[in-house]
Each structure stands twice: as C-alpha cells, then as structure tokens.
Ligand binder design. Structure first.
Ligand SMILES: Cc1ncc(COP(=O)(O)O)c(C=O)c1O
Length: 466
C-alpha cells in the first residue's frame, strides 16, 4: 500500500467546489440507450449551427504549421479583436483555455488568502471555484426576485477584504442584463475590481455592453468568449478588455503559449465572418421568441425573457430533475439548474437551437408536463406572479374545439365563451364568482389552474359533465 499524501494538499484546494458541466452526448446515449442521430444537446449554450465555415478552413490550414509555437503575445488575434472592438491592443488579453482562464488569471492577480469576492447568485459557478482556489472567500449576494442584481446589497457586502465583484450580463442561467449604470455605480462606489462577464453579449441588443466604461474606469474588466456566438467552444479561447495596467499584470502571470496556432487562426477568421454571426443571432432571436410565446401557452411553465442564447424556464410544480430526465428519454439534453446556488429546484436552462430542435423541445416539455398532471390530480400550481394563463387561453382552446364540430360552436361571442369558461370552473367549485380572471384562481396566496387546457380530452370530459 502506498502512503497517503493528500495531507500535503493546500487547504484552499480542499475547499474548491466541483464544477458541474452539462451532460455530454456520449454519456446520454450510453445511459439511456438512445439512437446517436436523434440526440440534441442544448445544455451548454453552444452554437447549434457549428463554427463559421471560414474558421474551420483557417484551422485546417493552420494545422499544417502546428510544429511551431504561436507568437507569445498572440498578436494576430489581439490585433483582430482590437480592430473589431475599438480598444487599443494593449487593452486586449487573449485567454486560453477559454474565458475560464481569464477568470482564473484575474483571481490569481487580485485574490489572496482570506480575500473576499462578491458573486450575485444564481450565476455562473466558475467565479466561486477560481476565487476559492486562490484562497479567496466567496460572498454571495442573492439577486432580486426578477433576477436583477441587488446593486445596493452588493455595495453593502463590500468590506476592506473585498477584491472583486463578479457580474454576469446577460446572466447565466437567468438571461437578464445588468445595466451599464449599475456597473458604473459598482465601479465608482465599491473601490474593488468589477469583472463583467459578457460571454453572451453578442446575443443582446447592441447598446447593452458596458465595455465603453473601461476607458473612464481603471477597475473594470470585461470578459468575452469565442465559445458561444462564434461556435468555437471546442477550441477553448476567450478574451478580455481592460485597462492597460491590468492587462500587463495578467500577461506577466499567464501560462506561455496557452492558445494554439490552430485556435488563434480559427478565432481570427471567426471574428471576420460577420455573416455567420448574424445568422446565429437571427436564429437565437427567433428561437427565444418561439420559446417565450409557446412555453407559457402550451405548458404550465414560465419562460424568463432572455438576452442570451438560452432561456431559463421555471418548471414548477415539477422539479428541474424530473423535467431534464423526461427530456433525456426523448434524446434532448437540457441543463438542470439545481447545481446553481440560489436557482432553486425548479429551474432548467435550455440553449436555443434551430427551429426544428426548438419544436422538439417544446413537444417534449408539453409531454412531460402532461404526464406530471395525470399523476398529480386535476389542478396544477403555478407561481403567483405568472401572468401566462390569461382568459384568452381558454378561448383559444375553445376555438380548437369548435373546429372539431363540438356544441361549443353555438357559443359565438367572446362574452359567451367567458361565461362558458366560468361555468366549467364553477362546476369544479374552484372559481369564486368574483374572480375577475377566468382560467386561473388565486387561492392560498398561489395561482391555481383548473385544468391543463392543452389536454383536450380532459377538457372534453369536463364539458360533457356540465
Ligand atoms: C457566463 C459564462 N462565462 C464564462 C464562460 C466560459 O467560457 P469559455 O468557454 O470561454 O471558457 C461560460 C461558459 O459557459 C459562461 O456561461
């Protein structure tokens, strides 16, 4: 038996929480015995259109020169980023592997034993990991109910030990932005480094980035990545925009040659391929609209508006595990957010895919929700603030019925249809006559839905019983 040397490990390393990645395609195929061709992976916010064909060609060409080290200062890529962003080359740091490496470097140069970093939860988990590795102590400030950051709460959490405030915009997994005004406030009032993670900023409206604040603030760092809109997640490269004094400190401690010649060439070509970026952005924006309209209309779930290439869905009363598991059985990998601190047990994150993929996801969600209903009785709880089950939902379903030649046809006007809906609900003895909003009932401080209206056979049997 060999000796146990684990006592030699640094204490800080023992405290590092594990990083929980999205499930891989091969794991899923093996676990669920699926047909590999049918599996779609929408769990890690990758680009389902793949890399730009120009980036692929550039990578192939660069591979011929793989026997030689890249330029130590990654000048080609830094210059390409500088000309695209308008920042001087001295303010650009290229990081590999990925933006993760930039987060790691920023922690290395600022965070020592006992120093604090502030993290607004729920959010990307690597900030906590990187800071803990350096001996830092993560201080968590929960976001507000709508997932906006609590700017005043963050400022109150700042102590003389605080070194970095991590902010993610659009936030992973909730998809919402942080306003440049809030970033400015944090930078000016905290006395700390503000690390603004803009991994998904290319999917948001153009004016959403706060990177222009860097020129007037010596404590703001903006992180970006080639893993998302540029479709190069497998090549692992990111970059940072920052004041030159921070850039030169990071370059001093960075691992030499951490970005390969192949990766550098692909990233330069990807930056120049505006057409691929536009195509991706268009697909994402249509997909987000599709999910945000159809999920609340066809399931009891709530889709949060998102500025990223993913959407967060509140699947209560189901748990995120139940829904992810149900979708896995249909060959669809999405992300359960239960490993994100502060995200609760009922949030899933779905990467926006192609129109065909999105349709499959929606169908699978409807199926999963239907199963849950059948097993849990006739009512389903939805969140108090959900405005999604409006009376129009009832009318819409009644319309479908009418097309099928049902007696509901005789009930022409909207007013009569409302009365019809109310009658159904009174029959179920769950809607008080004073309720202004047929279709839902407010009871015990929660909204209840009389029935899952996409289940037309259930609807029919209630109607017949009237
Ligand atoms: C918010 C956020 N920041 C950073 C990263 C890391 O990006 P990269 O792939 O460049 O390491 C991710 C990856 O998913 C992310 O979601």
């Amino acid at each position: 038996m060999t000796e146990d040397y684990s006592s030699l490990l640094k204490e800080t390393v023992k405290r590092v929480p594990p990083y929980v990645p999205g499930k891989s395609v091969s794991e899923t195929i093996a676990e669920y015995g699926l047909d590999p061709a049918s599996v779609i992976k929408l769990s890690s916010n990758e680009n389902p259109l793949g890399p730009s064909p120009k980036a692929e060609a550039a990578a192939r060409e660069a591979a011929a020169g793989a026997s030689v080290y890249p330029l130590a200062d990654l000048r080609f890529l830094r210059e390409a980023i500088a000309s695209r962003t308008g920042f001087p080359v001295g303010s650009v740091v290229v990081s590999g592997p990925g933006m993760d490496s930039l987060i790691d470097s920023v922690c290395k140069i600022f965070v020592g034993s006992g120093d604090e970093v502030i993290i607004s939860t729920p959010t990307f988990s690597f900030y906590e990991i990187a800071a803990t590795i350096c001996g830092g102590v993560p201080m968590f400030v929960p976001r507000k109910e709508n997932f906006d950051i609590d700017t005043e709460g963050i400022l109150k959490a700042v102590t003389e030990k605080t070194k970095i405030i991590f902010i993610c915009s659009p936030n992973n997994p909730t998809g919402n932005l942080v306003s440049p005004e809030d970033v400015k406030k944090l930078a000016e009032r905290s006395g700390c480094i503000v690390f603004l993670d803009e991994a998904y900023i290319e999917f948001a409206d153009q004016e959403s980035s706060a990177c222009s604040l860097i020129s007037g603030h010596d404590n703001i760092i903006v992180g970006r990545t080639f893993s998302k809109v540029y479709g190069l997640a497998g090549l692992r490269v990111g970059y940072g925009l920052m004041p030159e004094w921070i850039a030169s400190e990071i370059l001093r401690i960075s691992l030499p040659f951490s970005v390969s010649v192949v990766t550098e060439a692909a990233a330069v070509a990807a930056l120049a391929d505006g057409e691929h970026v536009e195509k991706t952005r268009r697909m994402v924006s249509e997909g987000r609209r599709f999910f945000c309209e159809r999920i609340p209309a066809e399931t009891p779930f709530r889709a949060w508006p998102s500025s990223g290439n993913f959407i967060a869905v509140d699947v209560s009363p189901c748990t995120s595990r139940e829904i992810c598991d149900a979708l896995l059985r249909d060959g669809i990998i999405i992300r359960s957010c239960d490993s994100f601190k502060g995200a609760g047990k009922s949030m899933v994150r779905i990467t926006v895919g192609t129109a065909e993929m999105n349709r499959r996801v929606l169908d699978a969600l409807v199926k999963a929700a239907g199963k849950k209903w059948r097993s849990s009785g006739k009512t389903a709880e939805i969140r108090q603030k959900t405005e999604i089950w409006r009376k129009t939902e009832i009318w819409r379903k009644t319309e479908i019925w009418r097309k099928n030649g049902d007696p509901a046809e005789k009930r022409g006007s909207a007013g009569k249809q409302t009365a019809f809906a109310r009658k159904i609900e009174w029959k179920w003895r769950i809607l008080p006559r004073s309720c202004p909003d047929p279709g839902v009932i407010f009871m015990n401080r929660k909204w209840y839905l009389p029935i899952h209206f996409t289940d037309l056979s259930g609807f029919r049997s209630i109607y017949k019983g009237l």
